[in-house]
Design a protein around this ligand. Structure first.
Ligand code: CA
Length: 219
């Protein structure tokens, strides 16, 4: 899940980015409304987390502009303003959910997971392909009923591939879903993760599509 975080409080943003990354989200951050709109134009994120009090424009204006372009992107509004009026204004102008500051990161992560579940077409949290069963709620992977411990990026990579089973994913799209902007990534990082995953997964689960990317066959 790629999250665009729009928040001008830089220490809060850094904390959220850290915590949500540990939860398996890829978080890109901008600190004002103008950059937020440019970022959404460049690449629509899976989820928008939007602070209402921004230095250059009101967050609700940002939201209205985003909604003009993309109806469906789930939006979580953050606001320091208290009171029901803001909540109603936020939801009326097209936010899907609302958190008043201060809030706990756990609470934010839990609500974002609700968005994630709504976005995924799967009815359950289990994605099963052949001998491999991935539980997106428990963040766990089993092969033939045995738990397999995976580092975070390998888990994310396997999840992306299994959820898109039957489709070929390009290296570029996998990189964009695994790493946030500006993150230092070795050029062969993806290949290294694939190499490690293959050693832990059944033979031939992950196929290379030469010159393009990778795929997991639908079963
Ligand atoms: Ca603010």
């Amino acid at each position: 899940m790629r999250i665009l975080l729009v928040e001008d409080d830089l220490s809060l943003a850094a904390g959220l980015k850290d915590a949500l990354s540990r939860e398996g989200f890829v978080v890109n951050h901008v600190a004002n409304g103008r950059l937020a709109l440019a970022a959404v134009r460049a690449e629509v994120p899976d989820i928008l987390v939007l602070d209402l009090g921004l230095p250059d424009m009101d967050g609700l204006q940002v939201l209205a502009k985003v909604r003009q372009r993309d109806e469906h992107i789930p939006v979580m509004v953050l606001t320091a303003r208290s009171g029901l009026d803001d909540k109603i204004a936020g939801l009326d102008s097209g936010a899907d959910d609302y958190l008043a500051k201060p809030f706990s990161v756990e609470e934010l992560a839990a609500r974002l997971r609700v968005f994630e579940r709504r976005l995924s077409t799967a009815v359950t949290s289990i994605v099963a392909i052949g001998e491999v069963e991935l539980d997106t709620a428990a963040h766990s992977v089993q092969v033939l009923g045995e738990l397999v411990e995976l580092p975070r990026r390998e888990y994310m990579l396997l999840k992306i591939l299994m959820e898109s089973a039957g489709k070929v994913l390009t290296r570029e799209s996998l990189d964009a879903r695994l790493y946030s902007w500006g993150e230092e990534v070795a050029s062969n990082a993806l290949e290294v993760h694939i190499h490690h995953l293959r050693k832990k997964m059944p033979d031939k689960l992950i196929k290379t599509v030469r010159g393009i990317g990778y795929t997991v066959a639908q079963q």
